[in-house]
Design a protein around this ligand. Structure first.
Ligand SMILES: Cc1cc2nc3c(=O)[nH]c(=O)nc-3n(C[C@H](O)[C@H](O)[C@H](O)COP(=O)(O)OP(=O)(O)OC[C@H]3O[C@@H](n4cnc5c(N)ncnc54)[C@H](O)[C@@H]3O)c2cc1C
Length: 474
């Protein structure tokens, strides 16, 4: 085996996966440069004054159960590079029209009692939350023979079910069923489809085991800490260069691409064998996001005050309402009453807005490429559970599916999860070859590879390990 110490690598894209890939290569001694299209780094983990001066909004990711669970992020000294996690008192709340509310507390017992959970939830949740680091180790690595087959098997048995079915089995109350539906809706899959319960279980167990923290100062702080650590290892970052073609890197020992299949087709172009290009072209995209950020003159006037204990509030009503909303994008319709993921960072982080002022972050799912303006429907959903909300709006910033794609070519048609979360694409994405491409020394490392969307850096880590191994062999 040869040393990788004199080798040179490039990483295209500075999202969390690009930066993690770059860190792994730099840690191994590879001379590594990250090239970013935008004038700023971070991709889906960025913050910016989107509305008014002094109001720091998260452009994409806001809440990080996967980030704090990530064994890769845990292995980096990110606190020394400025990252500080803030834990809201409760991870997530889900109000209902009746004034009742479902809340996921950190404690399994308190949650189970409040949500009317049936015995299997209490038993399974305790076991999964206790073994969370072992479980994430299994779930967040590429599809391989499991080291803990029993644990993974027990988890898989429940995760592979439709969320609608699982919600009714696990909870006897409307609020319990609605909470599970809300967690599962993060998958952007119809909740009657097999495997849609996976997100419900993963995000629910993360809430018990590690919480749903927000980074102090906004998601940009995750990016800044990753970039600072990378640079401390001798790495270089170049911004403002959208790589037009892989031809630029003929002399590189490895090129890792933090890009989606469509952008990869653009930059690799004719070099790809037609069969592989065809597979990338037929990779299934998921629904899009439509997002609104607000600068607010005060805290959200929730009808149920428990909402103010939570960093994240799911606004969608009952299980049946959430099912209908999440089915719509798959029937090519924009939901009339969208399930809205709402985050209120300034209740827990005073650095994000001028004194006494607040911000709100929200999005819903719409069909890929949808041109329907969802602003009014989203605001109606907030108003439904917080009458008087609209009177607090000082300014708003809107991102449609087309805006997302303009912001980041990885968000094709507004799909923010790097591809549909179908059963097949959860494990084998974007092709059976996962990180490997037919081009020697060229790898994919974006959220379109396993384990998929979210700010966790695992896709970058696995691709970098493969690249390192193959450089050592060459
Ligand atoms: C609205 C929204 C809300 C979200 N909420 C959450 C959340 O709360 N929690 C969570 O964990 N995740 C969330 N996500 C998902 C998360 O942001 C992404 O899954 C994650 O950022 C993917 O990381 P990545 O490194 O694969 O790619 P990205 O973050 O997409 O980064 C890719 C980078 O590559 C650059 N690039 C692309 N092509 C080129 C090129 N040709 N040349 C140079 N550079 C290029 C892009 O500009 C971009 O900076 C959210 C995403 C969105 C959009």
């Amino acid at each position: 085996m040869s040393s990788v110490k004199a080798k040179h690598a490039y990483v295209i894209g500075s999202g969390p996966n690009g930066l993690s890939a770059a860190i792994e290569l730099a840690r191994a001694g590879v001379h590594t440069t990250v090239i970013e299209a935008q004038s700023f780094i971070g991709g889906g983990a960025r913050s910016s004054e989107l509305t008014l001066p002094g109001f720091i909004h998260d452009v994409c990711s806001a809440v990080h159960p996967l980030g704090v669970s990530s064994p890769v992020f845990q292995s980096y000294p990110l606190a020394e590079h400025g990252l500080h996690w803030i834990h809201p008192e409760v991870p997530v709340a889900h109000p209902l029209d009746s004034g009742d509310i479902g809340v996921i507390e950190r404690s399994v017992d308190a949650t189970a009692a409040r949500l009317g959970a049936r015995e299997p939830y209490r038993r399974l949740a305790k076991s999964f939350a206790n073994d969370w680091s072992l479980l994430t180790d299994e779930l967040l690595k590429p599809f391989k023979i499991p080291r803990r087959p029993l644990l993974l098997g027990r988890f898989g048995l429940h995760a592979l079910r439709p969320a609608s079915w699982e919600a009714r089995k696990l909870f006897s109350t409307q609020r319990g069923q609605a909470v599970f539906a809300g967690l599962s809706a993060h998958s952007a899959r119809p909740l009657e489809s097999p495997g849609s319960a996976a997100f419900g279980w993963v995000l629910g167990m993360a809430a018990h085991a590690v919480g749903w923290p927000i980074p102090r100062g906004g998601s940009q702080e995750i990016t800044n800490a990753l970039a600072s650590y990378f640079q401390s290892l001798g790495g270089n970052v170049t911004t403002g260069t959208r790589v037009p073609s892989l031809d630029e890197f003929r002399d590189a020992d490895a090129v890792l691409c933090d890009v989606g299949p469509r952008e990869f087709l653009r930059i690799a172009g004719e070099k790809l064998p037609p069969a592989f290009a065809h597979k990338l072209e037929s990779y299934k995209l998921g629904p899009a996001a439509f997002k609104v950020d607000w600068a607010l003159s005060g805290p959200v006037p929730w009808r149920n005050r428990d909402c103010a204990r939570a960093g994240t509030v799911h606004l969608g009503g009952s299980l049946e309402d959430v099912i209908e909303s999440e089915r719509a994008p798959w029937e090519n319709a924009a939901p009339q009453q969208p399930f809205v993921l709402f985050v209120q960072p300034t209740l827990f982080d005073e650095t994000r807005a001028p004194a006494g002022k607040h911000i709100g972050w929200a999005y819903c799912h719409v069909p890929n490429g949808s041109t329907v303006d969802m602003t009014e429907r989203i605001e109606r959903q907030v108003e439904r559970f917080a009458p008087g909300f609209q009177k607090l709006i000082l300014a708003r910033h809107i991102m449609s599916p087309a805006d997302f794609e303009r912001y980041n070519p990885n968000y094709t048609g507004g799909d923010i999860l790097g591809g549909a979360q179908t059963l097949r694409q959860l494990a084998l994405r974007p092709t059976r070859s996962l990180y490997r491409t037919p081009l020697k020394g060229v790898y994919l490392c974006s959220a379109s590879t396993p384990p998929g969307g979210g700010v966790h850096g695992l896709c970058g880590y696995h691709a970098a390990k493969l690249a390192q191994l193959e450089m050592e062999r060459s």
